[in-house]
Ligand binder design. Structure first.
Ligand code: SAM
Length: 225
């Protein structure tokens, strides 16, 4: 049988024709504005209220503890958290997703987002492209199961997994006790009725949380007492 010779150097094809970037040298200089421009360079859309809240809290939030995001999807939130934290050489990010999502398949057509397990693949590629793979631990698991085995202090908790009432309440009960005093809870899709109801009952009306702030109709934050 004829032996097939491979070319000595295989051509390097950037994923989906996206540019390959290397931001390794200037993390300490990173500001939110600079991150936004880097993301624009590679076609990632901007959401000022959510993005700046994640970045600023990860960068300058008080206390020592882990950063945990419930709901990774294609990594948009994790990127903002990790970039803020990495720019100050602070804690790495744990982001949890079971990738059992039923999001629309058309997400696969975009360079950044994906659908189902393809979201996990694109997520890893997005982290690598932005030089953030070393700052993000992806955990493929249900948020509640992860809470049972992850016994750690949390200084930033982002709740953005399933948005039905029972799921949000389960995430609150599983994860909020791990948040340290002074730690920050960030809630996405705050305008969804089930999310708002769960948060109002268990965060706003709780003695353990203060400074509930509605950043926009999509984002709210609270501080653990
Ligand atoms: C709204 S998306 C997360 C968006 C992400 N934070 C971002 O910034 O792009 C919700 C994600 O949560 C995941 N999810 C939903 N319920 C979950 C659960 N119980 N355990 C783990 N992941 C879950 C879904 O698979 C989906 O990818």
């Amino acid at each position: 049988m004829k032996k097939i010779e491979l070319p000595v150097e295989l051509p390097k094809i950037p994923p989906h024709g996206r540019p390959t970037v290397n931001y390794e040298n200037d993390w300490s200089e990173l500001t939110y504005a600079l991150l936004v421009s880097r993301l624009r360079d590679i076609g990632i859309e901007h959401d000022a209220s959510f993005g700046s809240t994640l970045f600023d809290t990860a960068q300058t939030g008080s206390g020592k503890g882990h950063i945990v995001e419930l709901g990774t999807f294609s990594g948009w939130g994790s990127i903002h958290l990790a970039a803020g934290s990495k720019s100050r050489n602070r804690e790495k990010v744990f982001t949890i997703d079971n990738y059992a999502c039923d999001w629309h398949p058309f997400y696969n057509e975009t360079p950044f987002w994906g659908y189902g397990l393809m979201a996990a693949v694109k997520c890893k590629m997005n982290f690598k492209m932005l030089g953030l793979s070393d700052w993000i631990n992806m955990i493929c698991c249900s948020t509640v199961d992860a809470a049972e085995v992850m016994d750690l202090p949390v200084r930033v908790l982002v709740i953005d997994a399933s948005h039905d009432y029972i799921s949000v309440v389960s995430d609150i009960f599983s994860w909020c006790p791990k948040v340290i005093p002074g730690g920050i809870l960030i809630i996405h899709d705050w305008s969804f009725p089930d999310v708002r109801k769960a948060m109002t009952e268990y965060i706003q009306d709780s003695d353990e949380w203060s400074d509930i702030t509605e950043i926009s109709n999509m984002v709210a934050t609270a501080v653990k007492l």
